[in-house]
Structures are given as C-alpha cells and as structure tokens.
Ligand binder design. Structure first.
Ligand code: PLP
Length: 375
C-alpha cells in the first residue's frame, strides 16, 4: 500500500520519539531490578521515582498517589473490584451504561458475587448528568465510577459535578480518564476525584503500561499480592523502560497540550467542512463538548463496517467503535445507551485524529468518505 493514513488514535497512538529514546537505556544497559539493594539497582530506582514525579505533576497529584499498572484495563479492574470488596457496610457501586468494557465487565463480576451495581443512562448527547446520579445515589453507595470522556463519542463528562454529588453522599469517585489524560488539561485536586485510571498507549506512550491515581489517605485492596513493589499494592518487578517511556510521553503531551488541542480542533474543522463541501450527509454524535480530534459520525442508512473496510482498502484506518469491539459487529453498547436509532447506529464510524496527523491525511479521509458515500 502506497500511503497509510492512521486515524484511529482513540484505539492507540504512535510512540513519541522522545519517549522511545528515553526507554532505550532501561532495555539495554540499565536492566537492574529496582528492588535490589546494590548500586546497580540505584539508577532504575531513581528512574521510577522520577517517572512517578513527572506523572504526578502532569495531573496535579502527589508522587505517592501514583500506582503503576499494566494499563487502563488493570486500573479499572483494580478500583471496581477492590472498592466493592473493601467495605462491608457500603456495598453498592454506580457506574454508567456507556463505560468501557474494562469497567462494565468488572461490574458484572462484582454483581455475580452479590454486590449491587446501578447503571446511569447518558443523554442523547452522550452526557451523564449530575441530576441523574442524584436520583439513584444512596448512603449505601460505596463508589461512583464515570468515565472522563467517552471513547466512542468523545463526549467529555461533568466529572467535577458528578464527583461533588458522590461526596455529598459519602461515596468515593473514580473516573476512567484513559481517553482524556494527555489530551486535555486534568487536575485531580481541582476535580476532587478519589481515583483516576490512565493508559500510556493512548497518549503516545508504550503499550501495556498505565497508572492509577489513588488520593492520599485512601486505601485499596492490593491488586496483586507478592513483593513490596508499589507499596505492596501491585506486586511484580516493575517494567521500568515502559514506565519511563510513559512519563516522557505524558510530559511531552502535557507541555504541548494547548498547542495540540488547537491543532486537532483545526484538523477536525477541516474534516467536517470538507465533508459538507463534498455534499456528504452525516450527523455528528457526542454533543458540543468533545475530545479534540475525536469524531463519531453517522451516515443514515449506510453500513459502518462496509465503510471501514473500503477505507482500509484505500490505506486509511478508522474505526466503527471501540477497538475491543472491532470483531463484534453488534450494535455498539455506547450508541445503544444514547438511544441512537439503528439506521444511524449501524452507519456510524469513529475517526480519531492525533498529533501525528496532517492536513493532507484529513483531505484523504474526506476524499475517501465522499467516494464511498456519494455513490
Ligand atoms: N478505558 C477506556 C475509556 C478505553 O478507551 C480503553 C481502551 O480502549 C481502556 C479503558 C483500556 O485501556 P488499555 O488498553 O490500556 O487496557
């Protein structure tokens, strides 16, 4: 294939060059185990501490509030399960119907074990409103978990308001911020969230590494028992190269966050204008406040899967929904949750632009879509 346009950055992103370079020494020369007492372990130990500080600074946290994990899925599983099992008095969890499956399937597991879970319905614009939470929250609620931004729609949630309602009832608040960290400014202390999940490969870091923010003073049952890594809460020899790469990638993205937001908003505008000028009929899902560069577009009466495959033949990668669902051709649970009618839901694609995309990529996407949809 001559030219490849990658427009599925919500599924994963290209590794940042600085992050790549930062990882190399820890893969080759400085391969010591950070838990050992001798001098060869000193450098890896320092690298872990520095990465923790960098990550904490990027989200307004303290270093001791950052726990390294293998990614968003692990961070989500950890919070949902540990939180449910930790409190015998407050047993209930509230989440939303359009969370990522890392949350939904963790909730299904705790439900099977007898812990009640309630699911908040989003509005047609893909928002979980504080008043919706207020209607069902009780003093039995232990944890409220609502994602920062939806991975199919890009809709950014009113996290601060939701968190305030949770706290009013004495519940803790978790947000799966996998799609948002490194893309839009986030400050955990301003928001008052208790737990936050993030994943490096969504912000130009390596795959298989992420972190969980746990507010100081809160405890969680250990995710993995064993050695004393991560204060005994997540045992196992640390993946130093990946953790260092994650910190470097997050720092690079956060240092350029305003610039990236502007750049992606311009690309997004160009894409939408291009489609309109080409006479393509579409509706955009997700409301007015979406992640920059993430577009959920529905083409009435068309087949999203077929569009994806025809775009692929042109060397353009887009998605119909979340990456984990690409083998599942049923109606997406997210589009179902916002009550999108079948005619639109089955004709929906997700285009997610990233900082490595160019105007010419966008023009190729527009021309590909108009060739498919104007025939
Ligand atoms: N949460 C959200 C909102 C996601 O979009 C994803 C990945 O698509 C995950 C969690 C899972 O993250 P990871 O791939 O790091 O396990």
């Amino acid at each position: 294939m001559k030219y490849q346009v990658y427009a599925d950055n919500a599924a994963t992103t290209r590794l940042d060059e600085v992050a790549f370079e930062a990882m190399l020494p820890w893969l080759k020369d400085n391969y010591g185990n950070a838990s050992q007492p001798y001098s060869f372990a000193r450098e890896p130990k320092k690298a872990l501490a520095a990465a923790r500080e960098t990550i904490a600074a990027c989200i307004g946290a303290n270093p001791e509030e950052i726990f390294f994990t293998s990614g968003g899925t692990e961070s989500d599983n950890w919070v949902i399960k540990s939180s449910a099992f930790a409190d015998v008095d407050r047993r209930a969890t509230i989440t939303s119907a359009f969370e990522h499956h890392a949350i939904l399937r963790s909730c299904a597991t705790i439900e099977r074990l007898g812990y009640p879970v309630a699911y908040l319905r989003p509005t047609a614009d893909g928002l979980i409103l504080a008043e919706t939470l207020r209607r069902i929250i009780t003093k039995q609620t232990r944890l409220v978990s609502v994602m920062f931004a939806n991975n199919e729609l890009g809709s950014i949630q009113p996290v601060k308001d939701l968190c305030a309602v949770a706290h009013e009832y004495g519940a803790l608040f978790h947000t799966d911020a996998v799609q948002a960290v490194g893309h839009i400014p986030i400050n955990v202390h301003d928001l008052s969230v208790d737990y936050l999940s993030a994943s490096a490969h969504k912000f130009n870091g390596p795959k298989g590494v992420g972190f969980l923010y746990v507010r100081k003073g809160l405890d969680l049952l250990p995710y993995a028992d064993g050695g004393s890594q991560e204060k005994g809460h997540r045992a196992g020899t640390e993946n130093i190269a990946s953790i260092v790469g994650m910190a470097a990638a997050l720092r690079e993205n956060c240092n350029a966050i305003e610039k990236n937001v502007q750049f992606l908003s311009n690309l997004e505008k160009r894409l939408l204008e291009g489609l309109r000028e080409a006479g393509v009929k579409f509706i955009r899902n997700g409301g007015a406040n979406t992640l920059p560069g993430l577009l959920s577009l529905s083409f009435p009466g068309r087949d999203g899967e077929a569009i994806l495959h025809r775009m692929d033949l042109m060397g353009i990668s887009i998605s119909t929904g979340s990456a984990c669902d690409s083998i599942n051709t049923q109606k997406s649970h997210v589009l179902d949750a916002i009550n999108l009618e079948d005619d639109l839901a089955f004709g929906t694609i997700r285009i997610s632009l990233g900082r490595y995309n160019t105007e010419s990529d966008v023009d190729m996407i527009v021309s590909g879509l108009s060739r498919i949809l104007n025939t």
